[in-house]
Each structure stands twice: as C-alpha cells, then as structure tokens.
Design a protein around this ligand. Structure first.
Ligand SMILES: Nc1ncnc2c1ncn2[C@@H]1O[C@H](COP(=O)(O)OP(=O)(O)OP(=O)(O)O)[C@@H](O)[C@H]1O
Length: 272
C-alpha cells in the first residue's frame, strides 16, 4: 500500500439551511478520515448520522460547507467516473440486459463496441454471472442484480468504489455470499472501497478498519482496526470476531443512548 491516501476527508462539515428560518442544521461535523490505496474501510453508524450526506459529498453531488475531500490528492468538485457508486437499490436500467447495463459507463467513456463487450464479459465473469449477460434485470434475483451493479461500477475502472448499504435489501444468506464475493473481488482487483452500512456484523466481516460515526451531528467517534483471520470456517462465530462485534456494538450503543437522552440538548442547529 502506498502511504498517500487514496481518499482523504479533511475536516469535512456539511450544514443544511433549515427552511423558513435563518438557522442551519449540521449533518456532518469536522469529519477527517483517510482511506489507503487498496483498503476496504467500512463506515458504520446509527440512522441519521449522515451516511447518505457523506456519500453525496463523495459522489460530488454536493459540496462540503467547510473542509475538503481529496481523491488522489485532488479535490472532488463534481460527479466523475473516477468514483463508482453501488446503491442499495440496484439502479439498473430495466430496458437493458445485464451486459448492456455493464456497458453503460463504458459508452460514456467512448470505448468502441468490441472493447465494451470484452470488458462486460470479463466483469460478468468476475462477479460470477457468466452466461447471464442476456438477462434483463426483471429476470435476475436481487443478489444477481446487485452483482450486475457491482460489475457495472467496476467496469469503468474507478479509482474508488463507494458502496451505500449495497446488501441491505437482500436476504441473510445472499448477503453473506455477496460479502464473500466482495472480499474476493477486492483481492482480485485491488480496488479501494468505502463501504457504508448499518450492520455491525457486516462491518466487522468486511472492514480492514471500521469507522464508527456519531449522530446529530455526524462525527467520527472511533476508527477500529479489525484483525481477524477470514479464511477459517464460520469466521463470525470465532472469538476475535465476537470481540470486534462487541467493541463496535458498545461504541454504537453508547452513541445511540447519548442521542436519545440528550437529543434536545445537542447543538445541531446553528444560527447563520
Ligand atoms: N437536504 C437536506 N436538508 C436538510 N436536512 C438534511 C438534508 N439531507 C439530510 N439532512 C439531515 O441530515 C441528517 C443526516 O441525514 P442522512 O440522510 O445523511 O443520514 P443517514 O445516516 O444516511 O440516515 P439513514 O441511515 O437513516 O438513511 C439527518 O438528520 C437529515 O434529516
């Protein structure tokens, strides 16, 4: 891994104006975080902690009120093909086959048809969907649709993959198998991945590091290094896994209690 972070959040604050008033609501406050090249970093936090707000910033759909977000040292100024985003709802184009969904970003890049086709086949194979390229989204299961969405994001070779609760809508078994697939894909591609989830188990299973966010306003409460052996059977039942799960649970639990007990007292609204 290189020492220069692939992605850097520098004191990022995001406020939204409160309609009909001259106040602003602070959704994210002073978030600083580095994601190393090739790292899989998981962001976990209670509902409303600003995960979606952060993803919009990373996607270039909105700008920080203060602070900066750097990709390879360059500030993010808008949407771009250097970031691939996988959402919870697959966001596939229903009138396109799996193959043509994967080719979508490649068309935007202006790649010739033959090269697009080759890349689409490669990524279909990478996500375990060889032979399914001609299926339309409605002919695929939820897990398969999410595989297509991942393949589509990887096909245009982004610098980072941003994943916003991508497996939340799937049943438990499909979710676990896609988690394994994601770890394999990361191993094969070396991609830098920022993965956002509500799920503590998912965070511990996937993350090399897990950043725990507080809510109202969203801040980085702690960043936990996860050191578990993932090649053994039933990793989730192992002692190390349980240790990290409890650690993250405790951090999140005390945060949820704080928000519930002192919600009204938290200075989330400021006059502007
Ligand atoms: N455009 C907006 N205007 C005003 N407030 C907003 C806006 N977008 C988000 N917020 C507020 O910012 C906070 C964070 O919202 P966000 O959707 O980022 O949270 P989240 O962590 O993604 O939540 P969840 O996990 O429930 O989806 C919330 O309190 C929300 O009401």
């Amino acid at each position: 891994m290189s020492t220069t972070p692939k992605l850097r959040l520098e004191h990022v604050t995001k406020q939204f104006p409160v309609r009909g008033t001259n106040t602003a609501f602070t959704a994210l406050e002073d978030v600083s975080l580095d994601v190393a090249d090739g790292e899989l970093l998981v962001l976990v936090g209670p509902s409303g902690c600003g995960k979606s707000t952060l993803l919009d910033l990373l996607g270039g759909l909105s700008s920080p009120t203060s602070g900066r977000i750097l990709l390879d040292g360059q500030p993010i100024t808008g949407p771009g093909l250097d970031r691939g985003i996988v959402f919870q709802q697959y966001a596939l184009l229903p009138w396109r086959t799996a193959r043509h969904n994967i080719e979508f970003g490649l068309e935007a890049k202006g790649l010739p048809r033959r090269q697009r086709r080759e890349l689409a086949e490669h990524y279909l194979e990478l996500v375990g969907l060889r032979g399914f390229g001609d299926r339309y989204p409605h002919e695929l299961s939820g897990g398969m649709k999410q595989r297509v969405a991942i393949a589509r994001s990887l096909a245009f070779d982004p610098e980072v993959l941003l994943m916003d609760e991508p497996f939340a809508a799937l049943d438990a078994q499909t979710r676990e198998s896609l988690q394994d697939e994601l770890l394999r894909i990361r191993h094969e591609t070396g991609k830098t991945i920022l993965f956002i989830t509500h799920g503590i188990d998912e965070a511990v299973y996937l993350g090399q590091r897990v950043a725990v966010l507080t809510s109202r306003p969203g801040r980085v409460d702690a960043v936990v290094d996860i050191d578990i052996e993932r090649t053994v059977d039933d990793v989730r039942s192992g002692e190390a896994f349980r240790h990290y799960r409890h650690r993250i649970w405790s951090l999140m639990h005390s945060e949820i209690e704080r928000a519930q007990n002192h919600g009204a007292a938290i200075p989330e609204v400021q006059h502007v």
